[in-house]
Write a protein that binds this ligand. Structure first.
Ligand code: CTP
Length: 404
């Protein structure tokens, strides 16, 4: 018995060179106990044949919207219903655009529009097509309606180029399918909200107040939580990091927009507030670029930003049962973290020393102290990825009544 025993997967194969990997994906899914049915787009049939797919699935493959035999046999609406999950692999730029735009001009796009099943896409395309604003916009549109994404990976491409755009490997896709269909991690079934990165507070249309946060720690936590089976909403300030796979990402600029996005993402089981929110904003931000005037300095007036963590932790209704804050300190780390825990009303503070010498801000490793009302625990220096995994495991235990 595996996580996929008895599960039914509808695999939509798009027209890209990565289609050959989808044949291996069929094998991987079947050896985990799933049954697989395939739809091939016209483009897919340029790379692989319906016969090859049928030989591996043990079922007829579907290709045409107006196929009389097909419609009599199963019909496109039934195809859109009779499965536990639809996997689109490779999800080409064109297929993603059609999905985002709601097109229905062939069997694959019609089924994808007619379905209410969960959908997982494995994008695969040339790096420039992937990075094109149109594709990125389509990706966001799809993620916003709950489409799950695995990959793409970075690497050498068929056209001798390098960058993101390679389809995730069949084993990675199979693992994503397992996570979706049988969430079994320590945070399975939980909704986790994570804030990450800095905020930008405008001074005028071209200038802003910011800080040195890279978002690496927050993004790593979002990824680790998704890997532990949680549904994750990551609310990210401006960062240069890619969106973690399998996570719904809301991009914001300012502290106020971040608070609004957090409130919209509620309810949640756990809130992890790793963002380095700017404490102040300019309350007389210029609508036009401020010009230099005979050596006179601009008169910027600052006002305090809302404290997102405290606002959410102090809610009487809809407070996530487990609220985790971070404390970025340059001195008296533990003492300040304890004060923050009490002041903000959260359950746990992850405190770290961000003085320049530690290289934490923007770096890849972190030394943290877990501070609760009754305990302080210092972890050894770890990579931010490992801090994230360890923290997520700890939160899983806390949700299950384990060690705080
Ligand atoms: N935080 C927040 N909203 C703010 C400021 C901070 O949600 N406006 C959150 C951070 O995400 C973090 C925690 O509060 O989880 C502590 O952030 P930190 O910058 O260390 O503390 P501050 O409250 O800004 O206090 P100070 O700058 O005085 O250390």
């Amino acid at each position: 018995m595996t996580a996929l025993t008895g599960k039914r997967i509808l695999l939509v194969i798009g027209g890209g060179i990565a289609a050959y990997k989808s044949l291996d994906l069929i094998r991987r899914l079947r050896e985990r106990g799933a049954s697989v049915r395939c739809i091939l787009t016209n483009g897919a049939q340029q790379f692989i044949t319906p016969l090859a797919a049928s030989a591996l699935t043990g079922q007829r493959s579907h290709t045409d919207l107006f196929d009389r035999e097909d419609e009599a046999d199963i019909g496109h609406i039934k195809l859109a219903r009779d499965a536990d999950l639809i996997v689109v692999a490779p999800a080409t730029a064109n297929l993603m655009a059609k999905m985002a735009g709601g097109h229905a001009d062939d069997l694959a796009s019609t089924v994808l529009l007619a379905t209410t099943l969960p959908i997982l896409i494995a994008p695969a395309m040339n790096v420039r097509m992937w990075l094109h604003p149109a594709t990125q916009r389509n990706l966001k549109t799809l993620q916003a309606v709950g489409v799950h994404v695995v990959g793409p990976n970075e690497g050498a491409m068929a056209e001798a180029e390098f960058g993101p755009g390679r389809m995730a490997e069949p084993l990675e896709i199979a693992a994503a399918v397992e996570r979706l269909l049988a969430p079994s991690g320590s945070l399975a079934g939980k909704h986790v909200i994570v804030t990450s990165g800095p905020t930008h507070e405008p001074i005028d249309p071209v200038r802003y107040i910011a800080n040195r946060s890279s978002g690496k720690q927050g993004h790593a936590i979002a990824k680790a939580a998704a890997e532990a089976g949680a549904r994750v909403t990551l609310i990210s300030g401006p960062v240069t990091l890619p969106d973690p796979a399998g996570v719904t990402v809301v991009h914001v600029e300012s502290a106020r927009a971040m608070l609004e996005a957090v409130e919209q993402a509620l309810p949640a089981d756990i809130g992890i507030f790793a963002a380095a929110v700017a404490d102040w904003r300019v309350d007389n931000a210029g609508e036009q670029k401020i010009k230099k005037k005979d050596g006179a300095l601009p008169n910027l007036s600052l006002t305090e930003n809302p404290d997102i963590l405290a606002t959410i932790a102090r809610r009487t209704e809809g407070r996530p049962p487990l609220m985790v804050g971070f404390a970025a300190e340059t001195e008296n780390v533990i003492e300040h973290a304890k004060q923050k825990l009490a002041r903000k009303g959260c359950d746990l503070i992850v405190a770290n020393d961000v003085s320049t010498a530690t290289g934490v801000m923007g770096g890849d490793s972190n030394t943290v102290h877990l501070v609760t009302a009754s305990d302080v625990e210092t972890w050894p220096t770890l990579s931010k990825t490992d801090v994230a995994k360890k923290l997520v495991a700890r939160l899983g235990a806390m949700m299950g009544g384990g060690k705080p």
